[in-house]
Ligand binder design. Sequence first.
Ligand SMILES: Nc1nc2c(c(=O)[nH]1)N[C@H]1C(S)=C(S)[C@@H](COP(=O)(O)OP(=O)(O)OC[C@H]3O[C@@H](n4cnc5c(=O)[nH]c(N)nc54)[C@H](O)[C@@H]3O)O[C@H]1N2
Ligand SMILES: Nc1nc2c(c(=O)[nH]1)N[C@H]1C(S)=C(S)[C@@H](COP(=O)(O)OP(=O)(O)OC[C@H]3O[C@@H](n4cnc5c(=O)[nH]c(N)nc54)[C@H](O)[C@@H]3O)O[C@H]1N2
Ligand code: SF4
Ligand SMILES: [Mo]
Length: 730
Amino acid sequence: MTRLSDLLARQPAGFGIGQLPADRVPTATTRVVCGFCSTGCGLDIHLKDGRAVGLTPSATHPVNGGGACPKGWEALTPLAAPDRATTPLLRNARGKLVPVSWAEALDAFVAGFRTSQAAHGAESAAFLSTGQIPTEEMALLGSLAKFGMGMRHGDGNTRQCMASAVVAYKEAFGFDAPPYTYADFEQSDVIVLVGSNLCVAHPIMWERITRNPNDPEIIVIDPRRTETAAAATEHVALRPKTDLVLLYGLARNLIERGAVDVGFVHDHTAGFTAFAGFVAAFTPERVTAETGVSAGQLERITRAIADGRAVSFWWTMGVNQSHQGVRTAQAIIDLALMTGNIGRPGTGANSITGQCNAMGSRLFSNTTSLLGGHDFADPAHRAKVAGVLGIDEILVPDGPSLAYDRIVEGISTGQIRSLWIVATNGAHSWINHSDLKELLGRLDFLVVQDMYASTETAQLADLVLPAAGWGEKDGTFINSERRLGLIQKVSPAPGDALADFFIFKAIADAWGCGHLFSRWTDPEATFEILQELSDGQPCDITGVRGYGHVEQGGVQWPYPTGSDGPGAPAGADDLERRLFRDGRFYTPDQRARFVFEEPVPPTERPDRAHPLVLLTGRGSASQWHTETRTGKSATLRALAPEGLWVDIHPADATARGIAAGDEVTVTTRRGAVAARAQVTTGVGEGNLYLPMHHPQVNTLTFPAFDPHSRQPSYKHCAADVQPTRPGDPD
Ligand SMILES: Nc1nc2c(c(=O)[nH]1)N[C@H]1C(S)=C(S)[C@@H](COP(=O)(O)OP(=O)(O)OC[C@H]3O[C@@H](n4cnc5c(=O)[nH]c(N)nc54)[C@H](O)[C@@H]3O)O[C@H]1N2
Ligand SMILES: Nc1nc2c(c(=O)[nH]1)N[C@H]1C(S)=C(S)[C@@H](COP(=O)(O)OP(=O)(O)OC[C@H]3O[C@@H](n4cnc5c(=O)[nH]c(N)nc54)[C@H](O)[C@@H]3O)O[C@H]1N2
Ligand code: SF4
Ligand SMILES: [Mo]
């Protein structure tokens, strides 16, 4: 802990502590990482008698260096919201959720799952979790559900978000390993952002770009002129879902120009010759015809990449949330590999994660991969994990779980009969959720564990378990650049709400499998287990010396034993570390793979009734997903538009007699939603844009999925917009 005097010495004049009422003058400060996005900003929490009374972004944290976005500044506010779940709630015979004690709730939990599993088999129970709880909690949930309760199927909301990047990296690099460190934002001379609106979704990463001293070329590939595109040096406004054609065309042009790093490709990759042959068909004429990007612009970006000394490629949901998200991500990786832009400062094929602990979920949630980035299908991995945990190997399933969409499908076929949802609000966020809501109603038993009893999903539950949130518990997160950071309890949880960790422990005891988790006494003891599980893996963190080690600035994986001792390899203990500096990847032959496939059109095609394409995504820097948290802050609400606005191109608006501010109805084949018209050239002609934060938006989206990652394609469906007539929905 830092002393108040140290804190005050660091504050600029006029900080104003002197004006605070006496009962709010902090007496100490402690450091945590933010619990919203994956940037992982350090926040200094000011404490009075051990309780948070305010916060300031950490000036000395390597991620944010004193900055935070509005959500970070307001992080404490949602904790005090009146709709917090403060006691367990059980649906009674009259169908009403009523408060019950923890003892009754645990009895109901065990009875509900046991009864359903007895009738339909242990594997008919499943869970859906999150990228927003600490790694220790994810690991305990995944282990309890699969090793203790006999579940085989459990997935996370990270399927909605990162699944395409995970598969892309695994196939290309041999492990799910985003290679970069944020310093790369400052060290590039060419920065290519594909389907990524940093200014809104990762404002502090954008701030790091603004600190780049090289006057970088910033190329933004996005069908919309986003805040980020407007600030770029080049905005490539391609047609939605044509990225793959553009990227292959870029590869072809770069080859023609002789921009291939022949030495790197020869020494460290496999499959380039086939790739070069494949992309030859992506001529500039074809690229222009399919993507709408002009030959001149294609030439400019080819030249920028070819001439760049340090080119970094970054992508987010505009790539992952696509019917061909994996191959699109791999096309970005292909570009980085062929130009040798990997492993050096300012380079990389860099997937930016979304949620504060998406990376923890990818490695330790025991859903798609077995704890520690292991493989359920590999007997040696199962034996290793069982050995570390001291459990019988037979308890470890021999294959991965069904993906989120298959679990949902399983409810409709009767394969899945009971479900436990933790820290995700699928009844708002799942693609085409009208279906999901109906299906959740068919379950024998639905448990929702959340900070708020008011979420769309909690309202459908048979049992609601009240959870403590960020700021009310301890644990670690892993951010986008693989950096472990600490969260700490700085505020008491309301009422009977408990940290998810201790809810899981109580359930394990009630279920009768508590003995499996006797070593998992608290989050920090669990962290040691995670370290052991990571031993020898690319994400090895055995060298981390407990929570104290990650509190101040965090530590990036890998950090194997000996990373900071005498004799440690050079650079192993640097504050900023990137992967693949030696050109060696995690594949058996240590070579990265070129992976590619013929592009295919999106699943749902526009027609006369729905001639437009609807895109969805983030609305503003102050809104977080389904707004269960950000919606509770008056400050954050004031920073976002009120109500739902749809972006419409002026030509499309004129053709329909729509003027700015008009009430309109957006329709797809699945439904109709009322909104106000924002007439803007920010969207392309023929496109509409809706922010995902409004609960109705996912009644419109079309459930298409990438075949390799099962990630939903939230950013494409056929739609129309018309002036609202009497009788339309409001
Ligand atoms: N304020 C705020 N910040 C957040 C979040 C939040 O809810 N609010 N959520 C966090 C999470 S979990 C995530 S995953 C990230 C998401 O971060 P981003 O991916 O940056 O955010 P999105 O707005 O979903 O999508 C990015 C862009 O993809 C574009 N796009 C749509 N279709 C295509 C296409 O076919 N090609 C290309 N190239 N682009 C396309 C959209 O126009 C949009 O501008 O943000 C994180 N940060
Ligand atoms: N149309 C459209 N839909 C989308 C997207 C899009 O771009 N377009 N993006 C998708 C993406 S990338 C994502 S990541 C998802 C996000 O979708 P969700 O995960 O459904 O969104 P959140 O609102 O973050 O939900 C998190 C829930 O966890 C609760 N919670 C927070 N902290 C804790 C905790 O510590 N413990 C417990 N038990 N509960 C907690 C919150 O109250 C909230 O109810 O949405 C997806 N949906
Ligand atoms: S940029 Fe992300 S991590 Fe940083 S303060 Fe904002 S929400 Fe938190
Ligand atoms: Mo996400």
